[in-house]
Design a protein around this ligand. Structure first.
Ligand code: PMP
Length: 447
């Protein structure tokens, strides 16, 4: 606790998701609990409060305390739809007037407006599936749907780096859970082979159902899923594919699933498509898309659909409108330009970081760029020094990553201009020198 109050541990970038903000605080609470008496409270920058979301599509960040306006490299606002948009915002305001902020009702008890049915049709059309069902929260979509899709007697095989909402859903399902090495189809096959004999029909196996759970773009790794190979393994062993497209949805015009299109996978081979509206669409909520029968079943069987208040109408309208823009149905080419822009921005930023000697994880075309710092103690300094120079980055450490694989996780948006990116690169370059994180490949072994 003395360590906590040491001045060098205070005043870190409020956006920093590092040890001092979360992990140590948790330890502090545990100690307080053990001794059953309050001890001096650490400053709580983990749940720091943002005064407002910036007007410029979340491209910049304005916080309370002493932090001035800064370039936001931490937001999931991939296409710049968050906050004001010339097409979406007037429609959202109109929907607010017409439907109010909340239906205050569950979907089955008067909470399904015309907007909700339009949204579900719109999402299904967008991802290339016959039907979809939407939920008020992306996290809940995973954690509430998985227990309905698969239960006791079923087998879940989950990528080792899947998001916590998937992990929680899998754990809560009562199914047997096995984990395969991150994005490694050969290991997935090995795990499957251990569980079933090759080619056994679905009805003659020790499992009622087998689901393989993967993400489109891994949010801490910036990597695209090896979907074609994973789908091939699942077909061979007759396992269902569940794809979380939280970070990959909405980034390809005129095509069903952006990731399927990009990787040449037939959407029909992905049995359950999940995604969130909190990234590319600048809204909130999540969806499941699949066959008519599947969606119908989920609508009747999922408690989160039956007993939770329906998604807020203005949030629903924001999603519909942003999809219309992406598909060019607003009569402009803005959507196509946004998509070209995010790809251009991401590939430019990634290659510049690599040229500067940073170790950057992930694939081309991915707007998520983890810059490896390895040693978790570098995290506070990295984010603080960036913030001092008016650039906000999210830094991530254990438990979100393995203990010695701490990183700064940069998210690029179509709303960033080339000048923004050049400025950010200059800042990251000088902070990288200060913190010693360039050419970091083996530097973690030196501390
Ligand atoms: N799935 C993945 C892969 C995610 O990264 C997230 C959150 N970033 C979620 C689900 C939960 O989505 P939401 O934040 O919209 O609740």
């Amino acid at each position: 606790i003395d360590w906590w109050s040491h001045s060098s541990l205070q005043g870190y970038a409020p956006i920093c998701l590092g040890l001092e903000d979360f992990y140590i605080r948790r330890l502090y609470l545990r100690i307080q609990d053990c001794f059953n008496r309050p001890i001096s409270s650490p400053p709580d920058s983990w749940f720091d409060v943002v005064e407002r979301v910036s007007k410029d599509n979340n491209k910049t960040l304005q916080r309370t305390k002493n932090v001035s306006r800064c370039l936001n490299l931490g937001s999931y606002n991939y296409l710049g739809f968050a906050a004001a948009d010339e097409y979406c915002t007037p429609r959202v305001i109109e929907s607010l007037k017409r439907f109010s902020p909340s239906t205050c009702s569950t979907r089955v008890d008067g909470g399904t407006t015309t907007l909700h049915t339009k949204l579900e049709q719109c999402v299904a059309r967008f991802v290339g599936k016959p039907a979809s069902v939407v939920f008020g929260m992306g996290y809940v979509t995973n954690s509430a749907i998985l227990p309905v899709l698969i239960g006791k007697g079923g087998l879940i095989i989950s990528d080792s780096l899947n998001h916590n909402s998937i992990v929680n859903g899998a754990r809560g399902s009562g199914a047997t859970v096995r984990v395969f090495q991150h994005n490694t189809p050969s290991h997935l096959e090995k795990v499957l082979r251990e569980q079933i004999a090759d080619g056994q029909p679905r009805t003659h196996r020790p499992w009622k159902k087998i689901f393989v759970l993967v993400e489109g773009i891994y949010s801490m790794e910036g990597e695209l899923c090896k979907l074609p190979e994973i789908v091939a393994v699942c077909k061979k062993y007759k396992a269902y594919v569940y794809l979380d497209e939280a970070h990959s949805i909405g980034r390809q015009p005129f095509c069903p699933s952006p990731l399927c299109e990009l990787l040449g996978v037939d959407t029909a081979d992905v049995d359950v498509m999940m995604g969130t509206f909190t990234k590319s669409f600048g809204s909130c909520g999540g969806y499941i898309a699949g066959s008519e029968e599947l969606i119908q079943y989920l609508k009747y069987a999922c408690p989160a659909h039956l007993y939770a208040t329906s998604i807020s109408p203005p949030a629903a309208q924001q999603i519909i409108s942003s999809i219309e823009v992406i598909l060019g149905e607003d009569g402009s080419s803005r959507g196509a330009r946004k998509i070209a822009r995010i790809r251009e921005n991401s590939n430019f930023f990634r290659s510049e970081l690599q040229k500067m000697g940073f170790e950057v994880l992930g694939d081309n075309d991915s707007p998520v760029m983890p810059v490896m710092l390895y040693n978790p103690s570098k995290i506070p300094a990295f984010s603080r020094e960036c913030l001092k120079r008016n650039v906000a980055v999210v830094t991530v450490a254990f438990p979100a990553t393995p203990l010695l694989l701490a990183r700064a996780r940069i998210c690029i948006s179509a709303a960033h201009t080339r000048e923004d990116l050049v400025k950010a690169l200059e800042v990251i370059s000088s902070v990288g020198d200060l913190v010693g994180s360039r050419v970091a490949k083996f530097s973690h072994m030196a501390f």
